[in-house]
Design a protein around this ligand. Sequence first.
Ligand code: HEM
Length: 453
Amino acid sequence: MTDVAPIDPPTIAPLTRPLSLLQSLRAVRRNVLEILPEAAYRQPIVSGRMSARWHMVQDPVALRRVFLDNAENYPKSQVMVRMLRPAVGDSLFTSEGESWRWQRRVVAPVFAQRNVTALGPMMTATAERATERLRHCGGQAELVGEMLSATFDVICEVALSGREHFDAKTFGQAILRYFETAGKASVLDFLRAPDWVPRPGALLSLGAVRTMHRMVAQAIEARRKESTGKADDLLDYMLKAEDPLTGRHMSPTDLLHNMQFFIVAGHETTALALSWSLLLLALYPQVQERARAEARAALGDRAAGVAQLHAMPYVKQVIEEAMRLYPPVGILARNVLREDTLAGRQILPNDFLFLPIYALHRHHMWWERPNQFDPARFSLEATRSRDKYLYLPFGAGPRVCVGANFAMMQAHIILATLVARFQFHPTAGSLPTPTMAMTVRPDTGVRLTVQPL
Ligand code: HEM
């Protein structure tokens, strides 16, 4: 049985004619998803030229080659790295080569299932606090803001064990300033201006970056002083972590940059996955009822904990399907080092690759009724029988998201708790449009009626 409703959830109209260079640059600043042509949703590969030759790759075999089999040929795009480096330095996400390899060896065990599971009770406590806030919202709420508060609460708890040394509000405002300034790719980046040319966004964001760094550094320093020797949260795990090959520990700067990345990237992406999930549940009442019945049977009056997650597979399917339609990281970009062939097309050194996860997830060759919401696509059988390179919200291969387990666990705990306790309905007015700067956000937020049960 499928759970298809007659309407399509919001999307953007694909581009039907090529854009000039100037139009492309404007689209990139307004909404990066607008650069995706109709062909990206229908063909395995689309190529063109802006200031350099570019290719958009939507073929699962070619994607496996880029992410896994020939990954060394496709380092992360320098445009993207340049946007992030002022905030997160040469941390796991932005580094390459040996610098990346040793950090990955240190960080991957930190996010092992056993450690993430041990953080479950903190996630449950934040789901309780999110419930309290929604109970007092007066019957209507803007859910992106609510979910950002909830996931930021999680990351403050698990990354920094509470807020004694950490003013979450000031930090939250600095993140927003950072996204609004440095988060937008500069025209200069796409024209390939050299690194020493100052980018206006980067200059504006410097103050926000300084505030964030000062606060994270203070929290790390406070923890070093009061360490009990026990590892209780993510920061403790990171302070103790060492490279299994060399025994090397992270320097204070490595630690600062990596924690900074976890805090910023970890909470924003997960909050968006949750906000889109709630919007879809509000638009599809039958799906919402089914998720609620499952959650209430598993939870009764309790908030969700790790122990109940296995009994709520459908709630997880809702999140997975929401991330198919609205992958929080909607487009990835890679540089090309050496000649290669992808989906039958010759790829040359210095060409530019877009990996448009948003278009891959709505591709007419790979998905039936691609623009409709149907969590049945993520039943165990359906998932097993599908090529895993057709669904890539967390990327794949050696650079796959190291926090994927963590993100899924917190999203599952929060969504199950909320759907068991509230009914969500759309409010009058138009639906939001997916808009991408760094992440895929609903442009006008997600305003819903929230009715306690
Ligand atoms: C729904 C939530 C999330 C989504 C959709 C997401 C998505 C992604 C994607 C697509 C990549 C690969 C980027 C690339 O190949 O260019 C990535 C990498 C990464 N993510 Fe996540 N992420 C999420 C949550 C988190 C969380 C909670 C953390 C940590 C607390 C995290 C930490 C990282 C790190 C450190 C990397 C870099 C890994 C490496 O290069 O070795 N992410 N993420």
